[in-house]
Design a protein. Structure first.
Lengths: 85, 231
């Protein structure tokens, strides 16, 4: 018989108020996973420094883009549409 | 003698590496000697996959209710299919009278034989399995399935969500993912599946460039070999 109120990987987390923080690990994992196969070799071999630099840069770029899109959606949906309709 | 830079080496295709990358992301890269890339690619794909399951639970993968999402999630490999199979195994057919205005299996008043009956047409088109509620239990029972045209019935064993009226002691049902968290969890696993497509192709047909080698130059898949000049 289960005695846990929340069972990891079976039940969903209860962090509805902090859902936006979950975008951060999504962006980081996506960037580091993508750059692992796309970063070029340096001197004929895999370069950890180059990989971390490019993956970090991609993570920052994607995160900023998502944030700007979110802000733009708030402006359009929350304000502009009200004035149009 | 013609300049060697005009002829590009043909990338070697390694189908086994691609297949291994589907089974376990990163394993294909390890097979072709690119261990670091394999490790980080595997961490990325599996991190997204397990992160999605941690956030949304098993409900983040559902091939029936979220089919569009599942088409992308499926590229994540056998783990996705295994989780979905487990998720579907926890569902059951509803019964009439269990929840208000819900279409379900009909209760039989006969004192002998199965307790439930349903027409085959309704079973195929209108009544679908769903997750059980906290006041229900999942039981596999005999159900008479009638053919609407001939009227003949056959007995099948189907999982049924039987109302209990109160919470039963034992393992509680799988928690239902709702709202933004469920969507974010599905997005995590979808990104894992799509990223694994890139990992698959890179494992099967490695085309890694060297820094400063210029456009169009393709390095040998073996990282220990020298690359061609950019000129």
């Amino acid at each position: 018989m289960s005695v846990l109120a929340w069972r990891p990987f079976l039940d969903p987390l209860a962090v509805h108020d902090q859902w936006y923080l979950l975008i951060v690990p999504l962006v980081v994992l996506l960037s580091f996973g993508y750059k692992a196969v796309r970063v070029p070799n340096k001197g004929g071999s895999f370069s950890m420094g180059l990989y971390l630099r490019q993956a970090g840069l991609m993570a920052v770029q994607v995160g900023l883009t998502i944030t700007l899109l979110y802000a733009g959606a708030i402006v359009i949906v929350g304000h502009l549409l009200e004035r149009i309709t | 003698m013609p300049a060697p830079s005009s002829s590009r080496p043909t990338p070697s295709i390694t189908p086994m590496a691609g297949l291994l990358s589907i089974v376990l992301p990163g394993l294909g890269h390890a097979l072709t000697g690119r261990v670091e890339r394999g490790i980080f690619a595997g961490v990325g794909v599996l991190g997204l996959l397990l992160g999605g399951l941690l956030i949304g639970g098993v409900d983040a993968i559902d091939s029936r209710e979220d089919r569009a999402w599942f088409l992308g999630q499926a590229f994540g490999g056998p783990i996705v299919f295994a989780v979905d199979a487990y998720h579907q195994s926890t569902k059951a057919y509803p019964v009439q009278g269990g929840r208000a205005e819900e279409l379900g299996l009909s209760r039989r008043t006969s004192s002998s034989g199965p307790d439930y009956s349903v027409s085959e047409n309704e079973l195929d088109t209108r009544i679908i399995k769903r997750r059980i509620g906290p006041d229900e239990t999942r039981e596999v029972v005999d159900v008479i399935v009638f053919d609407a045209i001939s009227g003949q019935g056959e007995t099948r064993q189907l999982p049924v969500a039987v109302p209990q009226g109160s919470f039963e002691a034992g393992a509680p049902p799988i928690g239902e993912g709702l709202g933004k968290l469920n969507e974010i969890a599905m997005l995590y696993i979808l990104c894992a599946g799509l990223l694994n497509i890139i990992v698959f192709f890179d494992a099967a047909v490695p085309t890694v460039r060297d820094v400063g080698s210029g456009a169009g130059q393709v390095a040998e898949p073996d990282e220990n070999e020298q690359t061609e000049d950019a000129s």
